[in-house]
Design a protein around this ligand. Structure first.
Ligand code: CA
Length: 246
């Protein structure tokens, strides 16, 4: 769809780049497809293929969301979900399964899953379901950010200026989101770079400057009244004019 002007360096990243998902799926091919697809959407994914593996993973890392297959080599994914809920673990869980019957869906939700996706599914739908779960209260991703005449709807990954959507790459949207969340405050360059690029990505010294520069041009072209200021040697800050009188 909107593949224009994709940044040359690595996969697109949103604030979801900081969201860490645990995928529990024993079908290696499907697991690879899902993790590659979601990584391209900016999520960080750890893959395990059993209930034991998933339990172990959760002792060493904190996850924002679990994706759980039901037919696992060492048991039923529902048992994993029940055990987590009994322990008071409220991490959002999305069940991925070939079992699509009504009884199975009800059983999954009764066991404590938050949502249910029947195989085969498309990655964009899976990613959208993940984002929806991550926006739940408690996961506190504000869904609409505004400053001046800019509105950024995080679920849509679109920037609107005076109500008109403007073209922007995923990284430009992610940068604007980070600045909007700290509007009026300086956001340090390393913090922005960490949020915009994965650990593996090679980040050239002026990659961030280039993204800022393109975003400024797009905002200026759309007559935005918001400014992104450079704080030399520190980072960037977004400023909006004072709100108009009520
Ligand atoms: Ca399976």
């Amino acid at each position: 769809m909107t593949d224009f002007n994709r940044d040359a360096l690595g996969p697109p990243a949103g604030l979801v780049a900081t969201m860490r998902l645990l995928l529990v799926e024993d079908n290696a091919r499907l697991a690879a497809l899902v993790s590659d697809g979601l990584e391209q959407q900016g999520f960080a994914i750890d893959r395990y293929e059993s209930i034991d593996g998933a339990e172990h993973a959760q002792t060493i890392a904190q996850y924002d969301l679990l994706l759980v297959d039901l037919g696992l080599p060492d048991g039923d994914g529902l048992d994993l979900i029940r055990a987590m809920r009994r322990r008071g673990n409220s991490t959002p869980i999305l069940v991925l399964t070939a079992r699509g019957g009504l009884d199975d869906r009800v059983a999954g939700l009764d066991a404590g899953a938050d949502d249910y996706l029947v195989k085969p599914f498309q990655i964009p739908e899976l990613a959208a379901r993940c984002r929806a779960l991550l926006r739940r209260p408690g996961n506190a991703l504000d869904s609409v950010l505004t400053a001046g005449n800019i509105v950024l709807v995080t679920a849509e990954r679109t920037i609107r200026v005076n109500g008109q959507a403007i073209e922007a790459t995923p990284r430009e949207v992610a940068l604007l989101e980070l600045l909007l969340r700290r509007s009026g405050h300086v956001v340090a360059k390393p913090a922005l770079e960490n949020a915009l690029y994965s650990m593996e990505a090679e980040v050239t010294p002026n990659a961030l400057e280039a993204i800022v520069s393109r975003l400024r041009k797009r905002l200026a072209a759309a007559a935005s009244n918001v400014q992104i200021k450079t704080v030399h040697g520190v980072g960037y800050a977004l400023f909006a004019p004072p709100a108009a009188d009520e």
